[in-house]
Design a protein around this ligand. Sequence first.
Ligand SMILES: Cc1cc2nc3c(=O)[nH]c(=O)nc-3n(C[C@H](O)[C@H](O)[C@H](O)COP(=O)(O)O)c2cc1C
Length: 312
Amino acid sequence: MLQIADISFDSPLILAPLAGYTDLPFRLLCREFGAGLTVSEMISCHGLVYGQEKTKKMLASTLEDKPVSFQLFGSDPEIMGEAAALLNDYNPTLIDINMGCPVKKVTKKGAGSALMKDIHLAEKIVSAVCKQAKVPVTVKTRAGITQDNITALEFTRMSESAGASAITIHGRTWAQGFTGVADWGIVAKAKEIARIPVIGNGDIDSYGTALLKMEETGCDGIMIGRAALGNPWVFNKKGRPNTLREIIAGVMSHLKLMQVHLDTRRQLAYIRNHTSRYFTDFAGSSQIRQTVHAAKSFTDLEIFISSLQINE
Ligand SMILES: Cc1cc2nc3c(=O)[nH]c(=O)nc-3n(C[C@H](O)[C@H](O)[C@H](O)COP(=O)(O)O)c2cc1C
């Protein structure tokens, strides 16, 4: 069973942070389908400290959302500490620190993957966040900067000594971005040296593969990102259903959660994007996706999806 500090989770499978996707409705859905923990989209420490509306909206949560981890990104230890202190009012279960995002907008300010180039600064950030947080703090990083500059083991030791309660390692390097394959050997090595739980991440696309990787590497939990999009069943032993009726039922649950928690008039493009991801690998998928993308309102979308159920 996955345990981080004194918190036990009922499944070791975790929904990874995905900017633009892991908002409250999607987290609630994945939790309902079996995720033991979910992680928010990355939240800017500056946005939080300067009280930006967009950032505050990202902190929407409910009791059913628990256990949830809120992920912070930034490169200034003081501001990261202040942001962690502010997060205490939002009652997350954990606070995660992003030390792996390769997106230029993030790295050019020294945050995300860029922190792998400066372990002393990274350490100051972990210490500052741990000092202010009332909940356990975790770190998410990558295998390293390049294949010749692997940093994950140093980051495991550093995170542990600076007070973090777990570390997630995405087995790709910064240089790889999202290309190539994740190296799970580095996850196994980190587990050998770590006293804190190690969570492995990268390319897991089913419940069975997740358990296999845990067995192979000895890691304590598995984070799943892209494979959860349009497929919350990935957190469940039974996996993705093979009847359209069951898939539609899943989409309808997701639509209901989005209706309750989002402004469905303003966020139609976002909702269409999530919805179309359910229709990928069966006959008629591309026609369905086209209709989903052409929907003019949330109601049109809902009517169309439920009509699929009737027509089956
Ligand atoms: C669209 C997208 C958004 C992401 N956003 C974040 C993020 O906000 N914070 C973060 O630490 N990682 C982010 N990641 C990386 C994922 O959390 C994960 O580490 C990566 O996708 C590898 O896991 P996977 O193969 O299961 O998808 C993002 C990845 C994608 C594809």
